[in-house]
Design a protein around this ligand. Structure first.
Ligand SMILES: [Zn+2]
Length: 78
């Protein structure tokens, strides 16, 4: 499993920033880095957000919805 605590900055974003980042969707869910795409993915709605110059762009206007709705594997917790 992915454990973000104690990790160096992912996607060029500091650990401090990751702690306060949240998706702007109604759930205000935590977000996780997707190293493969270099984007930020919401754990609740599955939207992905771009990162520009190390700055997360947490805007619904900039978000990309997952092709198949909510990504099930991101919701699986135990
Ligand atoms: Zn969301």
């Amino acid at each position: 499993m992915t454990d973000l605590t104690g990790r160096p900055a992912s996607l060029g974003i500091s650990a401090d920033l990751w702690e306060i980042l949240a998706c702007p969707c109604p759930a205000h869910a935590p977000v996780v880095p997707d190293e493969a795409t270099g984007r930020i993915v919401c754990t609740e709605c599955g939207r992905s957000f771009p990162v520009r110059d190390g700055i997360p762009v947490m805007l619904l206007d900039e978000a990309t919805l997952p092709p198949d709705g909510v990504q099930g594997d991101l919701l699986a917790e135990g």
